[in-house]
Design a protein around this ligand. Structure first.
Ligand code: PLP
Length: 416
C-alpha cells in the first residue's frame, strides 16, 4: 500500500498541482480550506481562468456568423474546443458533440428531442433508484406527457444496482435505459458495459449520465458503445454553464430540434423552416463561447495529468479515507461497491448532516449535506440526508487525516 501510494504520489503531485488552483490557497474561519465538495463542483486552475480572460481580452465576438477577424477567432476557439471534447471521450466526430448548459440540459434535450418523437403511450423507460434527479424528472415529464411507463432497477444495501430480474423487466415496449455511470451519493461505478450489451442485444438504446464519471475516469464512448452520454464542464475544472451531450450520429440525425432560434436553421419561410446540420441543429441561439473555450482548456489540463493517473490517485485517496472513517465509532457509510469513485456519503450517530457540515465548515472543511438530488436513495435507506465528502486529484492524504481528526472532534462536540 505504502509503495503504491508513493508511486502515484509521483505521477500526481497534489502539493505542486495545488499551486495551479488559487482558490485552494485560502483560510476559512481562520483554518486552511479543505475543499471536499467536488461532486457538486470543482475548482478552476489558472490555465482555465486565463483562457477565459484571454478570450474576453482579445477575441470576444459572436461565432459562426461574422466575416471579421474577431468572429473568426471566436469561432475557431469554440470549434477547437468541440474537437478537444470529441477526442477526450473518444467520439468519432466532433459533430457528435452538442454544447449544452450541463448534464441536466443534455438529458432534457434527449427527453424532448428524441423522447417526444420516439416514445408513445404504453412504451417503457428503464431508470434506476440510484439516479440524480436530473436523470429522473425529464423522464417523468415525458412519461406524463406521452402516457409512457417508468420502470426501475432497485438498489442493494451495498449501494449497487440489483440486477435480479433485470432481463425480465426489458420488454418489446422498452424504448430506453437511462442510467448513471457513477453514483453521486455512493460513488458506485455501475457495470455499464454489461447493461449496454444486454440492452443492445434487444435493440434498446442506452443513455449514460456521466456527470460524475467523465471528470474522474478515462472514457471511450466508442468502446462503451453508449447511445447518449451527458456531462457537465463545471465538475471537471471548466466554468459553470457549459456541458456536453454526445450521441451516436444516426440518433442525432433522426432527432427533431430541441429549441428553435438562430443558428439551428438552414432556410426559413413564413410557415416552415429546414434545419441546420448536426451539431448546430441542437444549438439554438448564441452559445456559451467562453465556457466552451474554458472547457477546452480544462481538457488540456486533465490530459497533461493523464486520466488514468487521476483515477488511480483518487482511488488511493478514497481507500485511505474509507479505511480511517470506518474506525470512527457510530460511523455509517452508505455504499460499499467493489468498484467506486471518490464520493463518500455518511452519517455519524444521530447528528444531523447539516449540523455536522456546519461544524466542519468552522474547521475550514467544505462538505455537502442533504439529499444530494437523489431522494429515491434517501427513501430506500429511510433517511432524510447524509453528509458527503467528495475528492478530486488536488486533494491530499494530509487533508483526509485532518478531516478524520475533525470528525472525531465532532463526536466529542455533539456528545453522541
Ligand atoms: N447527474 C449526476 C450524477 C450529478 O451528480 C449531477 C450534479 O451533481 C447532475 C447529474 C446534474 O449536473 P448539472 O447540475 O451540472 O446539470
Amino acid at each position: 500500500m505504502e509503495t503504491d501510494m508513493q508511486s502515484s504520489k509521483q505521477t500526481i503531485d497534489a502539493a505542486k498541482i495545488r499551486r495551479d488552483f488559487p482558490v485552494l490557497n485560502q483560510q476559512v474561519h481562520g483554518k486552511p480550506l479543505v475543499y471536499f465538495d467536488n461532486g457538486a463542483t470543482t475548482q478552476k486552475p489558472i490555465a482555465v481562468i486565463k483562457a477565459l480572460t484571454r478570450y474576453y481580452e482579445n477575441d470576444n465576438a459572436n461565432v459562426h456568423r461574422g466575416i471579421h477577424q474577431l468572429s473568426e477567432r471566436a469561432t475557431n476557439g469554440f470549434e477547437t474546443a468541440r474537437k478537444k471534447v470529441a477526442a477526450f471521450i473518444g467520439a468519432k466526430s466532433e459533430r457528435q458533440i452538442i454544447f449544452t448548459r450541463g448534464t441536466t440540459e443534455s438529458i432534457n434535450l434527449v427527453a424532448a428531442a428524441w423522447g417526444r418523437k420516439f416514445v408513445s403511450e404504453g412504451d417503457e423507460i428503464i431508470l434506476t433508484e440510484m439516479e440524480h434527479h436530473s436523470n429522473l424528472i425529464p423522464w417523468q415529464l415525458l412519461a406524463q406527457e406521452k402516457g409512457a411507463v417508468l420502470k426501475y432497477l432497485s438498489i442493494t444495501e451495498e449501494g449497487t444496482l440489483d440486477f435480479t430480474g433485470f432481463e425480465s423487466i426489458l420488454s418489446n415496449r422498452t424504448k430506453l435505459i437511462a442510467v448513471t455511470h457513477m453514483s453521486n451519493v455512493f460513488g458506485t461505478i455501475n457495470p455499464i458495459k454489461k447493461i449496454i450489451r444486454l440492452a443492445h442485444d434487444r435493440g434498446i438504446p442506452v443513455l449514460l449520465d456521466a456527470a460524475q464519471s467523465v471528470p474522474h475516469l478515462p472514457i471511450d464512448v466508442e468502446h462503451l458503445d453508449c447511445d447518449f452520454l451527458a456531462f457537465s464542464g463545471h465538475k471537471m475544472l471548466a466554468p459553470t454553464g457549459i456541458g456536453v451531450l454526445y450521441a451516436k450520429r444516426s440518433r442525432l440525425e433522426n432527432m427533431d430540434p430541441y429549441q428553435g432560434g438562430g443558428e439551428m436553421i438552414s432556410s426559413v419561410w413564413h410557415d416552415k423552416s429546414t434545419w441546420n446540420e448536426i451539431p448546430h441543429k441542437f444549438e439554438a441561439g448564441t452559445p456559451h463561447i467562453a465556457g466552451a473555450i474554458g472547457l477546452g482548456a480544462a481538457i488540456d489540463y486533465l490530459n497533461t495529468l493523464g486520466m488514468e493517473n487521476i483515477t488511480h490517485y483518487e482511488q488511493e485517496l478514497t481507500t485511505f479515507a474509507l479505511d480511517k472513517m470506518m474506525r470512527i465509532p457510530n460511523m455509517k457509510i452508505y455504499g460499499n461497491a467493489p468498484e467506486r469513485g471518490g464520493a463518500i456519503s455518511f452519517n455519524i450517530g444521530n447528528v444531523h448532516p447539516h449540523d455536522l457540515s456546519h461544524f466542519l465548515d468552522q474547521q475550514g472543511i467544505a462538505v455537502r449535506a442533504g439529499h444530494h438530488c437523489a431522494q429515491l436513495i434517501m427513501r430506500k435507506f429511510d433517511i432524510a440526508a447524509t453528509t458527503r465528502a467528495s475528492f478530486y486529484f488536488y486533494n491530499t492524504f494530509e487533508e483526509i487525516d485532518y478531516f478524520v481528526e475533525q470528525l472525531t472532534e465532532a463526536q466529542r462536540f455533539f456528545d453522541y
